[in-house]
Design a protein around this ligand. Sequence first.
Ligand SMILES: [Zn+2]
Length: 70
Amino acid sequence: MSGFRRYDWQAASGVLHGIRIGQYRPCPHDEPPALCGAEIVLTREDFRRDTRTRMCTACLDRWNAELSAS
Ligand SMILES: [Zn+2]
């Protein structure tokens, strides 16, 4: 499970994208690199708790592929 926390899920434009973490803490106006390659810019809205936010399917696919490869 050591590689499991390399990514975290961050809301951006209404979907949850997988982003690389580490020491990194996302903030509004950041442009974190999404797993799916989408160019995302975080806004204050993205940091509200919203349990109905969908996960980005492209990010999920790549995340699952990395998990099964490790
Ligand atoms: Zn994505």
